[in-house]
Design a protein around this ligand. Structure first.
Ligand code: GAP
Length: 458
């Protein structure tokens, strides 16, 4: 049995195991699989969308609803191409690429180790590095020409910068304040890898925090801690997470300081979230390119300032993969049988409570249906009456359902049901009248403890 309090910092589940579980149980499917799929493109299945919805909602709640200084927007995916000229993406958003002369694989120059092609093993036979723009291009209207060219956004962030003035004026915000957005982004990534870790279409959850330049480094330090707290709150084990400050050579073209929240994946430490100090780069650029002055007038000091920006930017798909890998566990039971468990935190789990009638016996079904109807308004439920009860428990373990409610023949007499706990596998008889409270109490007790802001050392 894997001990959840283990000190080892590396996630145990390998990618193959997670990919196979994700497909088998309906979290993630290869996109358009009946046509042979489409490279590194995925469709999310019934459990995958529930998991994603939970992550999105938790992010939105902690970033927008539970704060007085952040509001949300939804900007267009395909917008005026001048935005990408101003942001620097047309010019700078590229990686130096080389082609292997033997197998023609196109590779990122900075990802080649020991001068060896990772595709065919040939040593030292590459073209000169060339820059490659990673934005996905499309055309608007009936004529394909350079005038009709437009781009699918490579980040959601620019939507917040171009709406800075609209939001500030309509909400009458004073600095500091943030604008948040969740949505799809697209990059023509050359190296797509590790399942949903790096794909060409992905979803981002980003927030631009506008503040006075003198306070921006303090806010950067503040957000580093807050973002770590968020990942703890999702239930990711602290020993699998670390904060790493970028070296000056690593910084993006716009960034004055950046820290990554990294996860210890089986292939090494990798970025889960970036927390960048973008300075005044974006507002200044959009002022220049649009001709509109994008400043903030401080009524107390009577001065105009260009706010500085701190940006926590998180990928939804990557968070989903991290949660699945972190939650994965295999446990050997007394009889020698192995059970697979996703130990999701209850507020993250696609299904919080499964209702399992012992059988499809017609005497049981109406009561089991009533239980399902009673619980539906309170929890994310699933009604499952296929196969033996043992198999159904295993299935719920494998999709990470924290609690199962079993309706049996005794229920008809004693008006009570059995609650079965995913982690301890213990069962307890509970009266139907107090069922919602009993389940709520148990789910709450399973939520991870989150250290306060001051308790976090960075
Ligand atoms: N606005 C800043 C920005 O976009 P980024 O580090 O390029 O910064 C932020 O992206 C986050 O978005 C990453 O930490 C990662 O979680 C996610 N992300 C970026 N590119 C991705 C890709 N190709 N596939 C999946 N997720 C990606």
């Amino acid at each position: 049995m894997t001990d959840r309090t283990e000190t080892a910092s590396e996630i145990k589940a390998d990618l193959e195991t997670i990919t196979s579980l994700a497909k088998r149980r309906g979290f993630v499917f290869p996109s358009a699989e009946i046509y042979g799929g489409f490279e590194a493109t995925y469709d999310y299945g019934p459990l995958g969308v529930e998991l994603r919805r939970n992550i999105r909602d938790l992010w939105w709640r902690s970033m927008v609803h539970q704060r007085q200084d952040v509001v949300g927007i939804e900007a267009a995916i395909v917008t005026n191409p001048r935005v990408w000229e101003a942001s620097g993406h047309v010019e700078v958003f590229h990686d130096p690429m080389v082609d292997c002369l033997k197998c023609q694989a196109r590779l990122r120059a900075d990802h080649i180790e020991d001068n060896t092609c990772p595709n065919c093993g040939t040593v030292g036979q590459f073209t000169e590095p060339r820059n490659f723009n990673m934005m996905l291009r499309t055309n608007i209207g009936p004529v394909e020409s350079s005038e009709s060219a437009a781009y699918l956004r490579p980040e959601t962030a620019q939507g917040m910068f171009v709406n800075f003035e609209n939001v500030q004026q309509t909400t009458r915000r004073r600095l500091p304040f943030g604008i948040a957005q969740i949505g799809k982004s697209f990059r023509n990534e050359i190296t797509v890898k590790q399942f949903i870790f790096r794909t060409r279409e992905f979803e981002q959850m980003e927030m631009e925090y506008f503040c006075h330049p003198d306070e921006s480094l303090d806010w950067h330090a503040y957000w580093k801690k807050e973002r770590l707290r968020f990942h703890y709150s999702l239930g990711i084990r602290p020993q699998h997470l670390r904060l790493r400050d970028h070296t000056p050579e690593e910084l993006s073209h716009y960034s004055k300081a950046t820290a990554d929240i990294e996860v210890h994946y089986p292939w090494g430490w990798g970025e889960l979230e970036g927390i960048a100090h973008r300075g005044d780069f974006d507002l200044t650029q959009h002022s220049k390119f649009s001709g509109k002055t994008l400043t903030y007038f401080d009524p107390e000091t009577n001065e105009h300032v260009v706010p500085h920006v701190v940006e926590p930017a998180l990928g939804l798909d990557r968070t989903m993969l991290t949660l699945m890998m972190d939650a994965y566990d295999e446990e050997t039971l007394e009889g020698g049988e192995t059970r697979t468990v996703l130990r999701f935190a209850p507020h993250v789990a696609p299904v919080a409570v499964a209702i399992l009638p012992l059988s499809r016996n017609e005497k049981l079904v109406p009561t089991a249906r009533q239980v399902w109807e009673q619980l539906g308004p309170h929890f994310r439920t699933q009604y499952d009456d296929a196969q033996s009860i043992g198999r159904r428990y295993r299935r719920q373990d494998e999709i990470g359902t924290p609690l199962c409610v079993t309706v049996d023949f005794d229920t008809l007499d004693d008006q009570a049901v059995t609650i079965r706990d995913r982690d301890t596998m213990q069962q307890e008889r509970v009266p139907l009248t107090g069922l919602v409270t009993a389940l709520t109490t148990r789910l709450e007790a399973l939520r991870p403890a989150v250290p306060s802001h001051d308790e976090i050392a960075v």
